[in-house]
Design a protein around this ligand. Structure first.
Ligand SMILES: Cc1cc2nc3c(=O)[nH]c(=O)nc-3n(C[C@H](O)[C@H](O)[C@H](O)COP(=O)(O)O)c2cc1C
Length: 325
């Protein structure tokens, strides 16, 4: 019947992450999009879900020695070292500008102790311009011999609990793939009060200059991003989706709607796009258009209807209620 034909424009691509409602399921990855300002001439920012800001720390950081970026096959190694002006300067000089952005702004917090995270999270979350907080827990904890928060379930729980106590805004915890059992870390983050999980941050890597006989990054090691890590990220989302009930923001090498669909079908409710923006700023908008066309072709009305459909053990209850598929 003609009435049953769904046009792509009618498809609901919105997503809810805790208290945060986004009209589009596309977040721009922390450290890859600034606050959107540089992209505004090329992209209608009102058509992206949200920008996740570069991670900010309690103290200013100069970052790592250069070189900080190295191209690798289908990917990129970075070792920026969390360069940022520190939370006080950031609040005074940067945050007010974010009110003018036509998209949702999510703050990202990093730290080197539980206290650091709680302090920075509380200060950033208190600002109206910031609609949610992402916790970047891929940092070493100075109090436990430099062990990374995201690599230990107890450290993860401690830092999430401390951040949770400082704000009622949506708290997204960003997990690292550099662990043996990401599902156990995800469970602890959920139990400690996370509203959503970002899966995954970069994968540890290294490249060597064979003429100079030395590592190509000033920091020696770095984090790999881009299509090279996509299968690792899809598996991580698949495993985390079986372990928790909170929504997942899938990320790692997404460049096309086909890539994005893998993440949704594995159990992600939203996606984040990082490295792909460096080569083509229109990727996020194109992905949404193509997702709509994909869903319309199959007679589906909402993106959330397909979340977790390739994941038999999927635990997320946020699925579309009228789901027949
Ligand atoms: C240059 C660069 C800087 C990044 N900085 C941060 C950061 O400050 N905080 C963070 O949580 N993730 C950071 N990331 C990780 C991205 O947000 C994203 O999770 C990761 O790159 C995987 O997605 P992608 O393959 O689409 O880039 C950075 C990535 C890149 C490439």
């Amino acid at each position: 019947m003609v009435n049953d034909v769904i046009t792509a424009r009618e498809i609901d691509v919105s997503v809810r992450l805790g208290k945060l409602e986004l009209a589009y399921p596309t977040l721009m990855g922390s450290g890859c999009y600034g606050s959107g300002e540089e992209y505004a001439p090329f992209v209608d920012l009102s058509k992206i879900g949200a920008v996740v800001l570069k991670s900010v720390t309690r103290q200013p950081r100069l970052g790592n020695p250069t070189p900080r970026l190295v191209h690798t096959p289908s990917g990129m190694l970075n070792a920026i070292g969390l360069q940022n002006p520190g939370i006080e300067w950031y609040l005074e000089h940067d945050v007010a500008k974010f009110a003018q952005r036509p998209c949702t702004i999510i703050g990202s917090v990093a730290g080197f102790s539980v206290d650091d995270y709680a302090y920075t999270c509380e200060k950033l979350a208190a600002r109206n311009e910031i609609k949610a907080i992402e916790l970047n827990i891929s940092c070493p904890n100075v109090a436990s011999e430099g062990e990374t928060f995201a690599c230990d379930p107890n450290l993860t729980a401690n830092v999430v609990r401390a951040a949770r106590a400082t704000t009622d805004k949506t708290l997204i915890v960003k997990l690292s793939p550099n662990v043996t059992d990401i599902a156990s870390i995800a469970r602890e983050a959920e139990r400690a009060g996370a509203d959503a999980l970002a899966v995954i941050n970069t994968v540890r890597g290294m490249a060597i200059d064979v003429d100079m006989w030395r590592p190509r990054l000033g920091n020696v090691t770095g984090g790999l991003s881009g299509p090279a890590i996509r299968p690792i990220a899809v598996l991580a989302v698949y495993e985390v989706a079986r372990a928790v009930k909170i929504p997942i923001v899938g990320q790692g090498g997404i460049e096309t709607a086909g890539d994005a669909l893998e993440f949704f079908l594995a159990g992600a409710s939203a996606i984040s796009i990082g490295t792909a923006n460096f080569t083509d700023p229109r990727v996020p908008l194109r992905i949404v258009d193509e997702l709509r066309a994909y869903l319309a072709k199959r007679g589906l009305r909402s993106l959330q209807q397909i979340v977790g459909k390739a994941n038999v053990g999927f635990a997320n209850p946020h699925q579309y209620e009228g789901d027949e598929g």
